[in-house]
Design a protein around this ligand. Structure first.
Ligand code: C2O
Ligand code: CU
Length: 495
């Protein structure tokens, strides 16, 4: 046979390259096609159901939408006259900051934050949500309150989004004491940023004396605010016991500063700390969605609460004068070693029924038809993320590892997590219960919770932009199903 001519070899080479390119395009095309989220889907039908080394519950086979107990049945008390009744009306409104800047906001009752809801422990709380004109629909999620699943306010999982002209009633017993907040969980990355949130405080039955003030941080159109303004004043007489409830409603970490007085951190995420020591010049980072309560006795000169890196502040003092200047912090608060130990219902040495890993990374791929660097949980891009399946009564351990470059404030609905360790260092201070745990880049936390609130619960990053980019998964109780659907067609989009 004659040797192949150069031209022929060239043609074969070109042909081979074309074949490879076509194959690559076909593979990418299939990845793109497969990544598109369906028009309508049930959150229980996606992802990898994991059992954490525990039993695979027999009634979980098939984990379809139609089997088992419906989340809709897991309601709060339906009888009884409420001890506290509120109406929250969602509507678009302009709000004016003291700088004169006008924000086209979405509000509850024409303002943002919406009305502060204050109730007492044990109260039966009833909240009627009405949507006036918020196009995409609205829900209310009670962030940090471990309410029955049907009251959890997640569009497409526990209810349908409430459209303009519609209403929805939430009823639950206020069991926990502490600082919480409420926000829409429909298109939350946009609607919360635009103002659909407020604070809910559950006071103990015997009310503490002194001044009790909730301060919510939120950034509107790039302007950091506290309780909806760049500056605020509160009159407090010297010698008064003060409790400040600092709430971060932004999608990124905010660091609060308290200047002019020593203080104690009384609570994290609505749970009181044990044996909190006195701090001064200590910066208080609060996870997106997290809360920190601070206590002090009002000194003769004023106190200033600010957001680090901004001029935004609230002054507390006996006169109407300006708040004192910010005293730059010299240290940063770390709950891992703060306070003193106290008994907990379980600890690191307990026998766990299930142990899960949640490892967050970033990798190239497709998310809902878009190529790019995507968030992944345990290597999968949403919806190929895990579902942690648990059974009622299980003691569950979760290792949350952040192997990505961002910080992720991880929020589990319906439960509180006991922090056991960070990067292998055990928690040695007060018991540290969290519902919104800031996991910094490179960090790894071991946390635990008792599965005692049946339902299908979101477990997601409270950087709500990250959640909308796929940093979302669920903890699901075996045998519980949801009749609600997510997607364009039902118009439910919790993230
Ligand atoms: Cu504060 Cu799933 O949310
Ligand atoms: Cu995140």
């Amino acid at each position: 046979m004659a040797p192949m001519s150069k031209a022929l070899i060239g043609r074969i080479a070109v042909g081979a390259v074309v074949v490879v390119l076509v194959a690559v395009v076909a593979v990418l095309g299939k990845m793109w096609w497969d990544s598109r989220l369906p028009e309508t889907y049930n959150v229980m039908s996606y992802g990898t159901h994991e059992y954490g080394g525990g039993a695979v519950p027999p009634d979980h086979a098939g984990h379809g939408a139609s089997t088992g107990m419906s989340v809709a049945a897991l309601k709060g008390p339906s009888d009884g006259t409420p001890d506290a009744h509120f109406e929250l009306i969602a509507r678009a409104a302009d709000i004016r900051l003291s700088s004169g800047q006008v924000v086209h906001a979405l509000t509850f009752g024409g303002r943002s934050p919406g009305p502060e809801l204050r109730v007492r422990q044990g109260d039966l709380v009833e909240v009627v949500l009405r949507n006036d004109d918020v196009e995409d629909g609205v829900t209310i999620h009670w962030h940090g309150l471990d309410v029955p699943n049907a009251e959890d306010g997640v569009a497409g999982v526990t209810q349908n989004a409430v459209l303009p002209g519609e209403s929805y009633t939430y009823r639950f017993r206020a069991e926990q004491v502490g600082t919480f907040w409420y926000h829409t969980h429909q298109v939350s990355s946009k609607e919360v940023r635009r103002g659909l949130f407020g604070v809910i405080v559950i006071e103990p039955r015997d009310k503490q004396p002194g001044v009790d003030l909730a301060i919510a941080a939120h950034t509107f159109d790039g302007v950091a605010t506290l309780n909806g303004d760049e500056s605020g004043r509160q009159t407090v007489a010297a010698g008064t016991e003060v409790r400040l409830r600092l709430v971060n409603t932004d999608s990124f970490e905010q660091t609060f500063t308290v200047s002019g007085t020593p203080f104690r951190v009384l609570a994290i995420d609505g749970t009181d700390l044990h044996g909190p020591g006195e701090l001064e010049k200590v910066a208080l980072p609060v996870a997106a969605g997290g809360r920190i309560d601070v206590g002090y006795v009002q000194p003769p000169n004023g106190v200033r609460v600010g957001i680090e890196g901004t001029a935004t502040a609230v002054g507390l003092g006996s006169s109407g004068g300006p708040p004192p200047g910010e005293v730059p912090p010299t240290a940063t608060f770390d709950p891992l070693t703060y306070g003193t130990p106290a008994p907990t219902p379980f600890d690191a040495s307990s026998a766990f029924d299930r142990r899960f890993e949640m490892t967050i990374t970033r990798k190239p791929g497709f998310f809902d038809g878009s190529p790019g660097l995507q968030w992944a949980i345990n290597g999968g891009i949403y919806p190929d993320v895990p579902v942690f399946v648990v059974e009622d009564g299980d003691l569950v351990e979760v290792t949350i590892a952040n192997d990505s470059n961002g910080v992720h404030p991880m929020h589990l609905h319906g439960h509180h997590l006991l922090v056991l360790s960070r990067d292998g260092r055990p928690s040695t201070g007060s018991p540290w219960w969290s519902d919104t745990l800031n996991v910094q880049k490179g960090e790894s936390y071991v946390v635990a919770f008792r599965a005692n609130n049946p339902g299908i619960w979101m477990d997601h990053c409270h950087n709500l932009t990250h959640a909308s980019q796929g940093l979302t998964m669920h903890v699901a109780y075996a045998g519980v199903s949801t009749p609600f659907l997510v997607g364009d067609d039902p118009g439910n989009a919790p993230e």
